[in-house]
Design a protein around this ligand. Structure first.
Ligand code: MV4
Length: 522
């Protein structure tokens, strides 16, 4: 059995993994860089080791440093989280050579799925639908006109070593094709050291729908239904939900079975995600497989009741899956909003800095996976995600209502955040009516980015006070109220009603003038 796990990651996902370890009675080892000395994952873990300077290529990405901590701490297993070394086949191999367990898939699965042309091959063999396109890499530019004629325009040129939108270009007409292929090849060579590119038919306005799968070491593979991830900006997911508003039971079963077949085709073990593009006629196509736990895994946990991290750990220790396919069903609806330290009004510029004040949403149906606290400085070296706010409801309406309530409750001062932008998404008709695809943000720019001042909807005004100074004013008002309350008790000795409610002195204006106070009223 696994007794001690090293978490080769930082931030909210490191905290998330530690939580499941603790519930299982497994001790935890954190690693941290200079910028993360005071990070919550370091405080939560049983042990923590320093691994170097803040840039990730000098710390979280250095295999030897991670392995060294694994040796020193006596960890039996390493959980990679997402990003960093999580989809690095060499890392998985080196952990195995140390006689330790990689909590992730076998390296051959990472390797096969990491090469998109090979992955497409495997899927075709397994009978999983792929986007119509080339089966082999493009060898000569003079091939492409023939291919172009076969597939039809527009089409996508993609790098085999790419993925997640990297090394991808859209080609609208035959004249542009040859140049696009050449450019894509040299770009891929520079970025990935591999100039293999392939061509796919362009699917216009697709949905991004992915299936969560779990596979154990005994040949059992199940899927845990879908996540709708079409609300994206520059290939970054912004909001995810499950079930998908587009989905029906028949399609879910069919796609789920194809997701299981995709995992089986590469002898997958562990938690993984099969990404599909779905067009408006509900045709679906395998896009790629993510061979790791994903950022958006909590929405699946909320509706299925499965702790995916626990399952990963059980699978890695050789246990059979705790669930069979028939045990899995979706209860209610879950939505995730990614809360970022960035400025939506300034082209989503990262806004690192010190958290001056923080109130995180709580209450019914709310889960907030984060790692920051008042006084913590969000480092500029890593992805500036602050937390993942997830709400659950018995149906989609309740989940959206709770998300709006939770976003209003969420209060962060010191850094700019995407909270108001996310609130605006929740009340965009295309979103709340459930009619959206990957063009959602582009199609709704006017609504999403219209300035607050022109907004007549009371609800979206002043969702938050963003500045630290306004928070200080609020604090001062609170202190005044407290002093006044204590003074009142002293003079009246509690005789004249509770809390001095009926006193003759004028009260502090705290909260008496509505929601917003200003310095002039103090
Ligand atoms: C496509 C596509 C249309 N047709 N492939 C973007 C990320 C990468 N995983 C693949 N992507 C796309 N591939 C074909 N043949 C459209 C996209 C795409 C997209 C996909 C999922 C979510 C958001 C997207 C935004 C723009 C383009």
């Amino acid at each position: 059995m696994i007794q001690k796990i090293l978490i080769a990651n930082r931030g909210e996902i490191a905290v998330r993994v530690i939580r499941s370890c603790r519930e299982m009675g497994i001790s935890t080892v954190a690693v941290y860089s200079d910028a993360d000395r005071t990070s919550l994952h370091v405080r939560y873990a049983d042990e923590a080791y320093y691994i170097g300077p803040s840039p990730s290529n000098e710390s979280y990405l250095v295999m030897e440093k991670i392995l060294d901590v694994a040796r020193k701490s006596g960890a039996d297993a390493i959980h990679p989280g997402y990003g960093f070394l999580s989809e690095n086949a060499e890392f998985a191999d080196r952990i195995a050579k140390e006689g330790k367990i990689f909590i992730g898939p076998p390296s051959h699965a990472i390797h096969t799925m990491g090469d998109k042309i090979t992955a497409r091959h495997q899927m075709i063999t397994a009978g999983v639908p792929v986007v119509p396109g080339t089966k082999e890499k493009i060898e000569h530019p003079d091939q492409v006109q023939k291919i172009g004629a076969e597939i039809g325009f527009p089409m996508m040129v993609k790098a085999s070593a790419g993925g997640g939108g990297k090394g991808m270009r859209l080609v609208r007409d035959p004249e542009a094709l040859e140049d696009a292929v050449k450019a894509a090849q040299s770009e891929a060579k520079a970025a990935f050291g591999d100039d293999s590119v392939y061509i796919e038919k362009y699917i216009d306005g697709p949905h991004h729908i992915e299936f969560q799968i779990l596979a154990d070491q005994h040949g059992n593979v199940i899927h845990l239904c879908e996540r709708e991830c079409s609300v994206q900006r520059r290939h970054q997911k912004v909001v995810e939900e499950t079930p998908s508003p587009l989905m029906n039971e028949k399609l879910r079963n069919e796609m789920g079975q194809h997701a299981v077949a995709a995992a089986r085709a590469v002898d997958y073990v562990g938690a993984g995600t099969i990404e599909f593009l779905v067009d408006n006629d509900l045709n679906y196509y395998f896009l790629e497989m993510n061979t790791r736990l994903q950022v958006e895994h909590p929405i699946t946990e909320m509706v299925t009741g499965v702790d995916l991290v626990k399952e990963q750990i059980l699978i890695a220790s050789g246990q059979p899956l705790s669930y069979q396919q028939d045990d899995i069903s979706q209860n209610g609806h879950a939505i995730e909003c990614r809360i970022y330290a960035e400025d939506p009004e300034n082209n989503f510029m990262p806004s690192p800095g010190i958290i001056q004040k923080l109130f995180e949403p709580q209450g019914p149906g709310v889960r907030n996976d984060g790692y920051v606290y008042t006084g913590f400085e969000i480092p500029l070296y890593y992805d500036p995600m602050i937390s993942k706010l997830v709400t659950w409801g018995k149906n989609r309406d309740e989940a959206i209502g709770r998300m709006k309530r939770a976003l209003k409750e969420y209060f962060i001062a010191g850094v700019k955040t995407s909270i108001q932008f996310l609130y605006r998404i929740m009340e965009t008709p295309d979103f709340y009516e459930g009619h959206y695809d990957t063009h959602f943000i582009a199609n709704n720019e006017d609504f999403l980015f219209k300035p607050c001042a022109n907004n007549t909807d009371e609800d979206t005004k002043d969702v938050h006070m963003d500045s630290a100074s306004e928070v200080m004013i609020e604090d001062m008002a609170l202190i005044c109220t407290l002093l006044e309350y204590q003074e009142d008790r002293k003079t009246k000795n509690g005789q004249n009603g509770q809390n001095g409610q009926n006193g003759s002195k004028p009260k502090s204006p705290w909260k008496d003038f509505g929601r917003k106070i200003s310095a002039s009223r103090l």
